[in-house]
Design a protein around this ligand. Structure first.
Ligand SMILES: [Zn+2]
Length: 141
């Protein structure tokens, strides 16, 4: 059997995230996939399975985050912490641009997270264009 967070804990974290990826904001019921739980501080770095260290993330964001807790702000090359969905507010670090197809980093944390997690992956740009036309995107604040 698997260890790690229980199904009940997953349900709480997913509801708290309003069933969206905490990073790219994709919605589970638009993508058609149940997302995974991301350890904000990775287990490999001693991060716990406590709810305060867990957030909902799509599989691609989770994979791209790997064991990173910092990233490079492309604007000045400084290494800064990645976005922490439990302690920071998405809209303070990111904004939708280009008719909501692009996520723009507003802060060093936001820019580094856009870069490390590739929040403007080509497949996401194409999906967001379709979601826009369907009226499913961007998600309500
Ligand atoms: Zn994502």
């Amino acid at each position: 059997m698997t260890s790690g967070p229980t199904a009940a804990l997953r349900a709480v974290v997913a509801r708290r995230a309003r069933y969206r990826c905490s990073y790219c904001q994709s919605q589970e019921d638009v993508v058609g996939t149940l997302f995974t739980l991301d350890h904000i501080i990775p287990q490999a770095l001693g991060g716990s399975d406590e709810i305060g260290n867990l957030c909902l993330a799509c599989w691609d964001c989770n994979r791209l985050k790997q064991t990173h807790v910092t990233g490079i702000d492309p604007q000045d090359g400084q290494r800064v912490p990645l976005f922490d969905p439990n302690r920071q507010v998405w809209a303070e670090h990111f904004a939708w641009a280009e008719e909501a197809t692009l996520i723009e980093g507003l802060t060093p944390v936001g820019r580094a997270t856009v870069a490390q997690l590739q929040l403007n992956r080509p497949i996401l740009l194409r999906a967001r264009q379709r979601w826009m036309r369907a009226g499913w995107h961007p998600p309500h604040p």
